[in-house]
Design a protein around this ligand. Structure first.
Ligand code: C2O
Ligand code: CU
Ligand code: CU
Length: 489
């Protein structure tokens, strides 16, 4: 990457010593390294990641953590539909790990998105798959997925963003925008320490709120122009709720890609695993504006027993500045685009599955359950037909929020507590608050095999809140059966 304006701003800030932002004071040098990005060439992106223990530093604080190629987050991977990703993962963690490609519509089998595969310590394994030629443009998320170790490895620092380019990137207004990846993640304390007792409801959270692994990110918003923020909540358990001083946010995409028309918002909430694509308009007084987080309290317990305080930062519900936006040189005025694409509603479902989310106590501590059961890798919980359309009605019967996530196929949100969704979206992760019932609709497109669904508060997932979905190619079985019958007659 060449010496960009970002460097220039950073260097000039460094000359001034240090930058004060919110309650933090940090040396500007923490922001010098740009986001590392690997872009596919001639249809291929070939990368090697070494996962290892490392020392991470945030301003004056230093912590033990986990990295890919020495980085937390790992490099941004950028591909186009039809491209192949070949990723060799060299496991130097001293324990099992693997990779999941959260948000990519690829097979849950073979060398693609098989989370049942373990890569043992000292081993290296090569994932290789093609992004389908009709894959929507989106921001996806790679992270480890070995059941029982997910929260720890993600909280320690493993994960990164995947950008799939496509139609939305070609809309002239979107194209004109300055784009920034906003990989949101908390750090703090000993990442290996499991939550104890009722802490388990909150999951492991830290009070160092980072963007792209750093404190004090600064972005340039061209005066009269647009800034495009690609948000990804990569925390193991922490929820974010963001706003930008004096500016509205224009939502243009969610987990599964573009929505149909921009939606104006004042704040945006992101549960762990969720993504959002937003535009910010440079139509205010040129100056510097803070990006603020006010992490929401996530459950009945939070409200009842003040456990929201365990969040550390954001105590007394004071917002925390996580980045700043600085106005840049004026450009020819650009507006927010009118339309972004179309989302065809899925047909009526053939079946409705019901899932109750709950928790209980076991001799070893808290367990998190789906329909009263903890995860069992040898049990198939739901069988569904390849190509079929089904609804899932997911009810939160517990005391804390559960972001429900499913692999392989995205879903549309039909309703929340019986109320129709306000606009159409493709998502793969949706937050469900205590007492709520969310109805999702999905089509099991293209890929048969065993896949999983789970809560994306990763401590809940590790403590049982996951199930197995097997997508079956029944047409093939039927064809075999009918040709057999034919021979018989
Ligand atoms: Cu991002 Cu199964 O997870
Ligand atoms: Cu996933
Ligand atoms: Cu949960």
């Amino acid at each position: 990457m060449s010496l960009s304006r970002r460097h220039f701003l950073t260097l000039s800030a460094a000359a001034a010593g240090s930058v004060a932002l919110g309650r933090y004071l940090w040396p500007a040098s923490s922001a010098i390294e740009p986001v590392a990005r690997r872009v596919s060439r001639d249809g291929l992106l070939d990368v090697t990641f070494t996962a290892a223990r490392s020392r991470l530093s945030f301003g004056r604080q230093s912590l033990a953590g986990l990295t890919y190629n020495g980085r937390a987050p790992g490099e941004v991977l950028e591909l186009k539909p039809g491209d192949t990703l070949r990723l060799t993962l060299d496991n130097q963690l001293g324990e099992d790990t693997n990779l999941h490609y959260h948000g990519l519509h690829i097979p849950p089998t073979g060398r693609a998105d098989d989370v049942f595969r373990h890569i043992h310590p000292g081993e290296s394994y090569t994932y290789e798959f093609q992004i389908p030629a009709d894959h929507p443009a989106t921001l996806a998320y790679y992270h480890p997925h070995v059941h029982g170790r997910v929260a720890k490895q993600v909280f320690g620092g493993l994960g990164g963003a995947i950008v799939v380019r496509g139609a939305i990137d070609e809309i002239p207004e979107v194209r004109s925008a300055r784009e920034e990846i906003v990989f949101l993640k908390d750090f703090g304390g000993d990442f290996e320490r499991s939550p104890r007792g009722p802490e388990h409801l909150q999951g492991r959270q830290g009070d160092i709120l980072t963007v792209n692994g750093r404190l004090g990110e600064r972005w340039t918003l061209p005066q009269n122009g647009l800034l495009r923020l690609r948000l990804l909540n990569a925390s193991a358990a922490r929820f974010f709720q963001l706003k930008i001083e004096d500016h509205l946010l224009y939502l243009i995409g969610t987990d599964g890609g573009a929505i149909e028309r921009p939606v104006e918002m004042e704040t945006i909430a992101l549960a762990p695993g969720e993504r959002a694509d937003i535009l910010v308009k440079g139509d205010r007084e040129p100056g510097t504006y803070r990006v603020l987080d006010r992490s929401p309290q996530t459950g009945r317990m939070g409200r009842m027993h003040g456990m929201g305080r365990m969040h550390g930062r954001g105590r007394n519900n004071e917002p925390t500045a996580i980045a700043t936006i600085e106005y840049g040189e004026p450009v020819t005025p650009v507006g927010i685009p009118e339309s972004l694409g179309t989302i065809d509603p899925l047909p009526e479902p053939e079946t409705v599955h019901r899932i109750d989310l709950g928790h209980g106590m076991a001799p070893g501590g808290m367990v998190f359950l789906m329909n009263g059961k903890a995860f069992d890798g040898d049990r198939v919980d739901i069988r569904a037909p390849l190509g079929g359309v089904e609804d899932w009605e997911v009810a939160n019967r517990g005391m804390t929020s559960h972001p429900f996530h499913i692999h392989t196929n995205p879903f549309q949100i039909v309703s929340r507590d019986g109320e129709a969704a306000p606009f159409r979206v493709w998502k793969d992760t949706v937050n469900i608050n205590p007492g709520e019932v969310v109805r999702l609709r999905m089509r099991y497109d293209d890929f048969p095999g065993k896949t999983v669904y789970h809560c994306h508060v990763l401590d809940h997932e590790d403590a049982g809140m996951m199930g197995i979905l097997e997508i079956e190619d029944r047409t093939r079985a039927n064809k075999q059966r009918s040709s057999f019958t034919h021979k018989q007659t």
